[in-house]
Write a protein that binds this ligand. Sequence first.
Ligand code: MF3
Ligand code: CO
Ligand code: CO
Length: 272
Amino acid sequence: MNALRRKARRRCPLYLTAEEREGLRAASRFNADLMDYLRPFVLPGTTTDQLDKLAYEFTVGHGNRPACLGYKGYPKTICTSVNEVVCHGIPDNTPLREGDIVNVDLTSIVDGWYGDSSETFLVGQVAGEARRLVQVTFDSLYVGIAAAQPFAKLVDVGRAIERFARTHRVEVVQEYQGHGIGREFHQEPGVPHYVPQRGQSQVVLEPGMCFTIEPMLNAGTWRTFVDSRDNWTVRTLDLSLSAQFEHTVLITETGPEILTTTKLGPQPGHTF
Ligand code: MF3
Ligand code: CO
Ligand code: CO
């Protein structure tokens, strides 16, 4: 470890060397490939359990590990959050229905590195209101990423997303945030998608930091509750629709690098 790196690590525990960045890139790329693999199966009639099984088989079939399975007792490989479910929906035997929106959140461990991303899919033909929420949420992720420039502040990311959401009259979930990621699933810093009253705001984004940005936007209130039947499923308090997109993002010397870009999924600027 040279002096420069030692100094960087003291300022920022997330500082990653060139070699470490490659580990993270590979894990994130695999996670994106898994998303592309699942994509054609997200259809009316498919159960979320079927998606979960496909994800499990694909992951272990490639010699990798599903990060969520067994994480704090979580029972499945993926999270599938349908309509008013904000996040951490547990796959089950309910078939997806035409008109649903479903967030599929994947996290893979590849050679000890974590890759984490999610997409909200439109199931068949979807009503205008739901499609609009998905569009705004998708766009808000890229607005947040654009703010994640080297030497900007972490709070700039949340501020950009919150402003964008307000312009489009949707609300930003506060209880769940993005997170540092690397050899651990969830690490510091937390990445709020709004401007918090205190804390975190002074964190400076330095080259070598890696974290997720994963805004959850609600058509109604930002408030949520956890389903007491499974202690996982998070719903909007007013049962309004919620959407989410997530990327793993590395801060490089020249700008934010999205590590979980899919080949087949919606690209920045996409119209749903
Ligand atoms: N992938 C989620 C995230 O973006 C975390 C899911 S944890 C689980 O941070 F246990 F619910 F799977
Ligand atoms: Co995730
Ligand atoms: Co995440």
